[in-house]
Design a protein around this ligand. Structure first.
Ligand code: HEM
Length: 207
């Protein structure tokens, strides 16, 4: 049997975590049409808090390495999410930022992290259609991040796969790459977990 490609290994190793994200209440509600705009705004604020430290960690880590010769370039996500938060009327100030991103991204793990973040653009295309239905207007305001996933993901994904092939052909060790991919999925699932909580039970009214 031939050796699996790095992408195949990453996909097999993270399939359960990927499937679990589909069942997350916020995404599930968006697809079913049961999430309201307030819930959607909470999701976008949380995603901003996830991607901001991750963007920084990725940019710092890539700057310390020779540019990959696969043509791959990272594009920070947080600026798009910041525009969406603003369009959705999020309160001013910096929302909580996800701890753990800095520790996850190292020169040895970053390929796995990028696999997850670039793969997410494929789900993002589908989420864009659901967000479009929810927001009810044709302009991209409030869903610029998803619209970007839809427009750019199909170009970025082949470059990402080429980058993974490059890592494999240069003998990059597999365990840290698997750790980076699994760690990114888990970090996101943990970070989004508070949105999965049931709505608080209203206080009993005083007689
Ligand atoms: C919740 C809504 C989501 C949906 C509906 C969704 C759906 C999809 C679909 C349809 C694909 C393409 C599968 C293929 O062509 O073989 C895909 C791939 C992928 N998605 Fe998601 N996704 C979602 C969320 C996410 C999130 C939040 C992440 C990561 C943070 C993610 C990471 C990935 C990765 C890494 C791949 C590439 C898998 C491979 O190697 O083929 N997805 N997703």
């Amino acid at each position: 049997m031939s050796t699996p490609s790095l992408r195949e290994a990453l996909r097999a190793h993270t399939d359960a975590e990927h499937q679990a994200l589909h069942r997350h209440a916020a995404f599930d509600g968006l697809f079913r049409g049961t999430l309201d705009v307030v819930g959607y705004r909470a999701l976008m604020i949380r995603l901003y808090g996830f991607h901001t430290p991750l963007d920084r960690a990725i940019m710092e880590t890539l700057a310390g390495r020779p540019a990959p010769d696969s043509g791959y370039r990272y594009a920070p996500r947080a600026p798009l999410l910041a525009q969406d938060m603003q369009a959705l009327g999020a309160p001013g100030g910096t929302p909580p930022l996800c701890p753990g991103a800095r520790a996850l991204v190292t020169p040895d793990t970053i390929g796995g992290v990028l696999y997850v973040l670039e793969g997410a653009t494929m789900g993002g295309s589908q989420i864009d259609r659901a967000a479009h239905r929810l927001l009810g207007h044709d302009g991209p305001a409030g869903r610029r991040y998803w619209a970007w996933c839809r427009a750019e993901g199909k170009h970025r994904w082949p470059l990402t796969l080429r980058h993974l092939d490059h890592l494999q052909s240069t003998g990059a060790p597999l365990p840290p790459l698997l750790h980076g991919a699994l760690g990114t999925f888990r970090l996101l699932a943990d970070w989004l977990a508070p949105l999965d909580l049931p709505a608080p039970i209203p206080q009993a009214r005083r007689a």
